[in-house]
Structure formats: structure tokens, C-alpha cells
Write a protein that binds this ligand. Structure first.
Ligand code: C5P
Length: 232
């Protein structure tokens, strides 16, 4: 499994995104396009970033009836993204339909990973709002297991859960982990954080890093520091 650092391009316009990406004149980072940028600019932003030579994780977290997800995934697959995602809460049938939609006529497809429980959901809100009464750690592992059974490649999870996910679903089941901060950096609004070196140690396959790179005085140096700590 190729370890890599994915930069969360949480910008609200193509202009800001390109001003940021223009700084990377050497190695072209793997980038994450989330809802904010995608809804601002539409599919053209994906094509343009791809044309510049970046790998793309399109983070749109699909969750709908299986037929709708299948057809939407077919459209995303034609955009030639490298990785995309959905909510495991949409059921195994929805995840299987997503794989079908994503698979191209030649049998290839982008990587598909599942969101288990969002890290913004805690035990209390899960019980009170969703009426799920099991311990949240068990729910996360159950959803990860469902994703594996449905044929997905991995899950988005906190770096603290990555080791357990590998124990439950196997070491080839990919873990993509946000919530990464430098030891000497600002935590911001993230609660449970790890350094890139700790995320490597615990077995994360990909780290998703936003503000520690996008808001750094020298984003390229911050990115290279992440790569050095996580990949080397
Ligand atoms: O700026 P920061 O490094 O906190 O950005 C992390 C990125 O990962 C953001 O795009 C955020 O939406 C995303 N993310 C997260 N926690 C999750 C899932 C996604 O922080 N559980």
C-alpha cells in the first residue's frame, strides 16, 4: 500500500485553489476536493486539477438510495478521480451499488472508501439523535466490516482507530485519517489529533492534512515536512 499525504483543499473558489497549487512546482501532491470547492466550481475543478497532474480524492460522502448512488458514482468515475467516498450508514446494498456504478467497462475503478461515524458524532448524539445504543467504537468497526464485505477498499477514520480497523478488516484495508497536526503546531478545532510520524507508526495508509499545510507560511515546506515524517 503506497502511503501518501493528501492535502485538503478547503477553498471556496478555483482562483484560491490554483493560487495555492501554483506554489507546488516540484512534486504534485495528492489533493482532496470536498463539498465546499466542488459545489462552488462543479466538475470542471476536478478536470483542471487532474490536468495539472495531481491525484484526486473527491470527498462528497454520498448517501442515498442504491440506484441513485450507483448512477452518481458512474458519473464520478468518468471524471477520473483516484479516490471517492460514501457513508457506510447507507447500507451494504448501497455500497455494493456504488461499486457497480464506479466500475468502468474495462474493469478499473477509483478507490472507494466509507465514512463510518463522523468524528463530530459522539456517543451521546448517536444515542439521542440516531437511536443507536451500542458503544461508538463497536459501531465504527461494524460499519468498517460492512464496507469490507461490500467490496470497498477502506474507511476514513481517526488515526486513533486505524490500528483497530486493520486488526478487524485486515492490513490491506485502507485507512485514510484526518486530524493530523505537527507536534509544535496549532490544534484548531480538531479534538483527537496525531502527528504525521505517529499516524505512520499506528499504520495509517493516507493522512489528510488541511490547515497545517494550507495556512502555513510556507505551504510547500509544510507539505514536505509531512511527507518526510509520514512516508519516508
Ligand atoms: O484543516 P484540517 O487538517 O483539520 O482538515 C482536515 C480535513 O479532513 C477537512 O477537509 C475535514 O473536513 C476532513 N475531515 C475531518 N474529519 C473527518 C472527516 C473529514 O477532519 N472525520
Amino acid at each position: 500500500m503506497g502511503k501518501d499525504v493528501i492535502i485538503a483543499c478547503d477553498f471556496d473558489s478555483a482562483e484560491k485553489t490554483f493560487a495555492f497549487l501554483d506554489k507546488f512546482t516540484g512534486r504534485k501532491p495528492f489533493v482532496k476536493i470536498g463539498m465546499e470547492l466542488y459545489y462552488a466550481e462543479g466538475p470542471s475543478i476536478v478536470r483542471e486539477i487532474k490536468k495539472r497532474g495531481h491525484k484526486i480524492f473527491l470527498d462528497l460522502k454520498l448517501h442515498d438510495i442504491p440506484n441513485t448512488v450507483k448512477k452518481s458514482m458512474a458519473v464520478l468515475s468518468r471524471l477520473d478521480v483516484d479516490m471517492t467516498n460514501l457513508h457506510a450508514a447507507g447500507t451494504c446494498r448501497m455500497m455494493e451499488a456504488a461499486i457497480e456504478g464506479l466500475t468502468r467497462p474495462d474493469g478499473t475503478r477509483p478507490m472507494l472508501i466509507a465514512v463510518t461515524q463522523l468524528t463530530s458524532t459522539d456517543q451521546e448524539s448517536m444515542e439521542k439523535d440516531l437511536w443507536i445504543e451500542k458503544p461508538i467504537a463497536e459501531v465504527v468497526m461494524h460499519y468498517a466490516h460492512n464496507a469490507k464485505v461490500a467490496g470497498l477498499d477502506g474507511v476514513v477514520c481517526s488515526p486513533l482507530e486505524a490500528g483497530k480497523v486493520h486488526d478487524t478488516c485486515g492490513k490491506d484495508f485502507v485507512t485514510v485519517t484526518p486530524g493530523v497536526r505537527f507536534a509544535d503546531g496549532d490544534i484548531g478545532d480538531q479534538k483527537r489529533v496525531m502527528t504525521p510520524a505517529q499516524a505512520k507508526e499506528i499504520g495509517s495508509d493516507y493522512i489528510v492534512v488541511g490547515r497545517p499545510i494550507t495556512a502555513a507560511e510556507d505551504p510547500v515546506a509544510a507539505y514536505e515536512r509531512c511527507v518526510k515524517e509520514f512516508c519516508d
